[in-house]
Design a protein around this ligand. Structure first.
Ligand code: GLN
Length: 534
């Protein structure tokens, strides 16, 4: 295998230009040309991982198979590449400092002064090269979080400078910037791009490729001007124009020749055209819907759609699979009350009650679950959404008044959801939940979930501390809510289902982390199939 190549994706001018989508799209094209590729995200904040962050900060916390709590961009990487990522694919400044400081405490630095250069930058470089050292990847794409010029990202950019110096043509920088359109003069402006490249140059990094985000076509003279002022090749300035779906970006980047430019710069063979048949088939389905439905997504962070990124994307995948557009009605759980629940939910084809922590918004979620159960409205409860369905059933069907999760009410008389045994006594919040992939056995072939998965053994990813309390299982089953999936090693209930209902499934795991463009998740696909009939 030829030596691993490294592509760094940096961003300039503003945040939210879509570095994650660009990195994913470029990686997708390289993968489609026969290279093995992985994508890594370096986050310049001091949290050791985003697990302890409020979703309002950076959106959803994505969980990998090996149980890492990571940035939501890793979700894009997996959805585009259809390959799992791991702890090594997301590194924060907090993690870098944590390992440098523990080495210092061990005495590894032999009395030397520990400094940003070389010790922090060495650690960053080690984390970048680690993925390449596994002998698995031809190309590692590393996305640097934040915007060039931020104080926080300086050590990362410095590490990129050093790596480019060490590796020559085997490491390149793709810089994503914005070319705004001024309506008053009808012009596209390149000055912000020039300034952001200048900021990069001040740190000693010459970008190799520029990707210009734009709302209007950028013509040749403008591209050539950018190339001249920013000291890059004419053909290495490409545009990334707004498209209706992120899944079209790889095709747009292919039209611009981004993959070819990158391979040439890395001195890698430009093999035959990218093999994108399956990808194009997905896009075809996505763009030729035969129906349109609306799903209510009930959560307490709905103002920020990124807080539920993977769920929203899973619905896109499942919609395409069912040839329908899935519109999402974002419903704040604190706005649902007994008196308005009909108004909030009527007309919807199905509802999802989202994951979450803490008691804020619980009342509305429970009312929504009751409405779905009583009105035969398709219901998918994810993690807390399953726990909500259990609490609702206990209170209103089993008549266990005040039944609750001990997370919400530690003193409840009926703890139908309780802290897992091995969670007792844990005091640290970071990285201590039940995390990552676990096995689950589907109990009966005669269930909606078996029908959806079409197999008896599955593996899904988790992120929780509380769990269904098996002391109550008999009562639930007698009254019509069944444990449909069980962990074979621990007997923990992973799926609850009401067989008498049109489609009512609560899962303790997060199916949304496993839905990809090429493998839409079977539970979402089945949920949408039944919602379509609604
Ligand atoms: N707060 C619940 C628990 O810890 C649910 C977590 C979740 O929805 N991810 O068990």
């Amino acid at each position: 295998m030829p030596e691993t190549r490294y592509i760094f994706v940096t961003g300039g001018v503003t945040s939210s230009l879509g570095k994650g989508i660009l990195a994913s799209s470029l990686a997708k094209l390289l993968q489609a040309r026969g290279y093995s590729v992985t994508i890594q995200k370096l986050d310049p904040y001091i949290n050791v991982d985003p697990g302890t962050l409020n979703p309002y900060e950076h959106g959803e916390c994505y969980v990998t198979e090996d149980g890492a709590e990571t940035d939501l961009d890793l979700g894009h990487y997996e959805r585009f590449l259809n390959a799992p990522t791991s702890q090594a694919n997301n590194v924060t400044t907090g993690r870098i400092y944590q390992s440098v400081i523990s080495k210092e405490r061990r005495g590894d630095y032999l009395g030397k002064t520990v400094q940003i250069i070389p010790h922090i930058t060495d650690e960053i470089k080690r984390k970048i090269k680690f993925l390449g050292s596994k002998g698995k990847y031809n190309i590692v794409v590393t996305e640097i979080g934040g915007t060039v010029g931020d104080i926080e990202s300086l050590p990362y950019i410095e590490s990129v400078r050093q790596l480019k110096r060490e590796m020559g043509h085997k490491a390149i920088v793709v810089h994503l910037t914005l070319v705004p359109f001024l309506a008053a003069t009808g012009e596209l402006k390149t000055k912000p791009t020039q300034h952001s490249v200048k900021a990069l140059l001040e740190t000693g990094v010459q970008p190799d490729v520029l990707v210009l985000r734009t709302e209007h076509e950028i013509d040749k003279p403008v591209r050539e001007k950018v190339a001249l002022f920013c000291n890059v090749d004419n053909d290495a300035v490409v545009q990334s124009i707004n498209v209706p779906t992120i899944y079209e970006v790889p095709l747009k980047m292919q039209e611009e020749g981004l993959d070819v430019i990158v391979l040439k710069k890395l001195e890698l063979e430009v093999k035959a055209k990218p093999e994108l048949t399956a990808w194009n088939n997905f896009l075809k389905k996505l763009k030729s819907p035969k129906a349109s439905i609306e799903i209510g997504l009930i959560g307490k962070y709905v103002e920020l759609h990124d807080a539920y990124k993977s769920i929203a994307e899973s619905l896109v995948h499942a919609g395409a699979e069912n040839r329908c557009v899935v519109k999402i009605k974002w419903i704040h759980s604190e706005n649902i009350h007994n008196r308005n629940v009909g108004e909030c939910l009527s007309g919807l084809n199905g509802i999802i009650v989202a994951p979450g922590f803490g008691h804020r918004g619980m009342k509305g979620k429970i009312i929504a679950a009751q409405y779905a159960r009583e009105n035969n409205l398709p219901y998918l409860g994810i993690c807390l959404g399953m726990q909500v369905a259990v609490i609702e059933f206990a209170r209103n069907v089993l008549k266990l008044e005040g039944a609750d999760s001990t997370e919400m009410n530690p003193k409840t008389q009926y703890p139908v959801i309780d802290l897992m045994e091995n969670q007792k006594g844990i005091s640290d919040y970071g990285g201590t939940m039940r995390l990552g992939a676990y096995d689950c056995t589907i109990v009966s072939k005669d269930s909606k979930v078996f029908n959806a998965y079409n197999k008896p053994y599955i593996q899904e990813r988790h992120r929780h501390r509380y769990e269904f309390n098996n002391d109550y299982l008999k009562q639930f089953e007698k009254a019509g809510m069944k444990a449909a999936g069980i962990n074979p090693d621990t007997d923990l209930v992973e799926i609850m289902e009401i067989p008498g209902h049109k489609w009512f499934v609560g899962v303790q795991f997060h199916p949304e982390y496993r839905s990809t463009v090429l493998n839409p998740h079977p539970l979402f696909v089945d949920f949408i199939k039944y919602s379509l009939e609604q």
